[in-house]
Ligand binder design. Structure first.
Ligand SMILES: *Cc1c(COP(=O)(O)O)cnc(C)c1O
Length: 408
């Protein structure tokens, strides 16, 4: 944990816990380092679904070129939080009302998920003569990672509700640019108000830099061949997010330097192309902590359990992913009660929350809990992405956590 977070949590009253505590100064420094590692022709967008809290969106503003939103709700929220920022609108199942709202909001890039979506967007634009929007076709491409490893992992190219199959993307290109010699942007039946800028692909999550590069190279190669076949200028390729974070080893960060160097080489081979990436978790996961206190410690059939204030209704990440959330202990040395202070005695403990379900486990049989006592504080790390906003807050009606934004 950072020093500012440690001091803040140490000073909170027990009833102010649990609390989400964010270090916005650390977030700004991290995002600036990510930006600095990327070549100029790579645009950095933040995938808002990882954590859309307004102070985080604002703290990222200097380092990012824009934000990727995936619903009408995110669109309105992000627009209000960072009014001047370019937005890319993706996600399956965009409703007619969301499409109209996004057109009127002047969305910067559309990630087209299906052929019908292209028609729906065109129909909305037909009521707005003179309005032209920029689209990327989201493609579900089969690619292989591990170009540098013996074992290649295939991804994309599998049945999903996301994006277009490659042959359907070809058909969309025809609809947008027309067919045959002398055709080009603006000449297809759907090309009057829809301007094809290139391709989007987000195929996996949790890839290290070498794997991400292998995927990016294949997406760009496929996109360049598509543009060549159809004779349209390939202006942009968005190679998605999914840069890995490591919940087993929080200090193991995605290698942005190697990734940036690889993207620079890729761009050298494609003059005039702009690349875009849209990471979520790799930008914000490390800047947030879920801080709480140990309410009780007890042995059950030979194993220690520490029960903390709060639980997976606030921090669902470990239950969803099936991992132990990494944590640090902030010892509290005063014990004001006349009865004995319960403590972990077996060298390890399972950290459970207050919910009446055996699934409410934040960390299982953790040796970092050795010696943990009632009233000690625990700070769960890597709680800055896919944490509060993916959790089932209403289950059992416990109070909501506090939210603290430090270093703003
Ligand atoms: C979720 C998502 C992202 C971000 O993924 P991370 O794993 O958080 O980096 C980016 N693009 C799209 C289309 C997504 O659905």
């Amino acid at each position: 944990m950072t020093e500012i977070v440690r001091r803040h949590v140490a000073a909170l009253a027990p009833d102010a816990l649990p609390a989400y505590v964010y270090d916005l100064a650390a977030l700004r420094a991290h995002a600036a380092a990510v930006r600095a590692a990327l070549p100029a022709r790579v645009e950095l967008y933040y995938a808002a679904k990882a954590n859309p809290e307004a102070p985080l969106l604002a703290a990222l503003r200097d380092a990012v070129d824009g934000y990727e939103v995936s619903s009408g709700g995110e669109l309105a929220h992000v627009r209000a939080a960072v009014p001047d920022a370019p937005l890319a609108f993706g996600g399956p199942g965009k409703t007619p009302a969301e499409i109209a709202a996004a057109v009127d909001a002047g969305v910067h890039r559309w990630h087209i998920e299906s052929e019908q979506e292209l028609h729906r967007l065109d129909a909305v634009l037909a009521d707005r003569p003179g309005t032209v929007v920029d689209v990327l076709l989201r493609v579900n491409l089969p690619v292989a990672t591990g170009a540098l490893d013996a074992v290649a992992l295939a991804m994309g190219g599998r049945p999903t509700p996301f994006g277009l199959d490659p042959d359907r993307a070809e058909e969309c290109v025809r609809q947008l640019t027309g067919e045959g010699p002398g055709t080009g942007p603006g000449t297809g039946p759907l090309g009057r108000q829809l301007r094809l800028r290139g391709v989007h692909a987000h195929l996996a999550s949790g890839l290290a830099a070498a794997e991400q590069l292998a995927v990016a190279e294949q997406i760009v190669a496929w996109s360049a061949a598509l543009a060549e076949r159809h004779g349209f200028p390939l202006a942009e390729v968005n190679v998605g997010g999914g840069m890995a974070v490591d919940y087993e080893d929080p200090a193991n960060h995605f290698d942005w330097t190697a990734f940036g160097e690889g993207l620079a080489k890729l761009l050298d081979a494609h003059p005039g192309l702009t690349l875009r990436i849209e990471p979520g978790r790799a930008l914000t996961a490390h800047c947030g902590w879920y801080a709480t206190e140990v309410l009780d410690v007890k042995q059950s059939h030979g194993e220690d359990f520490a029960v903390v204030r709060g639980g997976t209704h606030h921090l669902r990440t470990p239950a969803t992913r099936g991992h132990s959330q990494p944590f640090e202990v902030l010892p509290v040395d005063t014990w004001p009660h006349p009865w004995p202070r319960p403590a972990v005695a077996t060298g390890r403990a399972t950290l459970a929350g207050q919910l009446c379900t055996p699934k409410d486990v934040l960390a299982r049989a953790a040796s970092d809990a050795d010696g943990l006592r009632a009233a000690d504080r625990v700070l769960f790390a890597m709680a800055g992405a896919y944490a509060w906003n993916i959790s089932h807050h209403e289950f059992l009606m416990h109070p909501r956590p506090g939210f603290h934004y430090l270093g703003g």
